[in-house]
Write a new protein. Structure first.
Ligand SMILES: [Zn+2]
Length: 299
């Protein structure tokens, strides 16, 4: 199974940039750390939509930090150490810096950020979280990429390929299920990791010293991907309480979906304006498949 995935991706990516859109520092390694290593010849760019530091300071205090900002800085530093092991330069790191758990409050701006980055980099492939109800920021990343892809398909008739990986969601009795898609998709393609890759993944995850307890719960033997399905974001990803509703963060799935619906309406109205922004004239629709790409600095 891993061979078919690898050979497909090797053909499809073909040295064109790849963009990962993830919620928090460590999500990229959990979901696609070895995928990133195997595709070292491609231009790998990452967009982190939050700073990984919740406003309530619970995680920060538990990790020994006294300010939200210092906890965010520590998480950023852990990220850089991990990405150094797969040779991703800092200039390929992009971020939105929303507080952890709050990306859903900024969905139109997030969509526009992803949109701008896609038009700058012109990736052949964008990888994001799956829509799974585990963490609202994960779902926001999935939503933003899906919205940009749908807008491009409507306007241009073509777009990047969108793959997704699972991290966690609530099981039938509320337990946390990791590394599996909500619908248990058996067609998902699996990268089985060699012992050297498992060791590399372990070392990369060990860089995230502030996240030790959480990261223990994830599989380190494989990475799982599939084509992102055409989600209806106005509906919950599964029946019953979502994991973040069970965790009592004060965020309900219904409010998240309300924000997503508002953003979708906003973007459908803003789309013609967005596509005529000043950065766009240099990138005509017909040049989307051009092999010449621009670089982008960490912002
Ligand atoms: Zn995360």
């Amino acid at each position: 199974m891993s061979n078919s995935f690898e050979s497909t991706r090797a053909t499809d990516v073909s040295q064109r940039p790849v963009l990962l859109v993830v919620a928090h520092p460590d999500d990229e390694i959990l979901g696609a750390g070895i995928w990133l290593r195997r595709h070292a010849r491609d231009g790998r760019h990452l967009l982190h939509i939050t700073d990984g530091s919740p406003r309530d300071m619970q995680d920060a205090r538990a990790a020994g930090f006294t300010t939200r900002r210092s906890y965010a800085a520590a998480r950023r530093s852990e990220l850089r150490a991990a990405l150094k092991m797969v040779s991703i330069p800092r200039r390929n790191l992009h971020r939105c810096n929303y507080p952890d758990q709050e990306a859903y409050l900024h969905l139109p701006a997030l969509i526009e950020r992803v949109d701008r980055l896609v038009w700058e980099l012109r990736p052949s492939l964008v990888i994001s979280h799956a829509y799974e109800g585990g963490h609202p920021d994960h779902d926001s990343a999935a939503f933003a990429v899906a919205m940009v892809r749908r807008a491009m398909l409507r306007r241009l008739g073509r777009s990047f390929r969108h793959l997704e990986f699972p991290l966690y969601h609530a099981g039938a009795t509320g337990e946390m299920i990791t590394n599996e898609f909500v619908d248990g998709d058996s067609r998902a393609e699996v990268l089985d990791l060699s012992s050297a890759e498992r060791d590399l993944k372990r070392r990369m995850l060990n860089c995230f010293r502030t996240q030790v307890q959480m990261l223990r719960q994830f599989c380190r033997d494989c990475e799982r991907f599939r084509e992102s399905p055409p989600y209806d974001f106005s509906r919950p990803p599964h029946l019953g309480l979502l994991l973040y509703e069970r965790w009592g963060w004060g965020i309900s799935g219904s409010v998240w979906r309300e924000k997503a619906c508002e953003a979708e309406v906003y973007m459908s109205r803003a789309e013609p304006r967005a596509l005529s922004e000043t950065c766009r004239p240099t990138v005509s629709p017909s040049s989307f498949s051009s092999p010449s790409w621009s670089s982008s600095e960490e912002s």
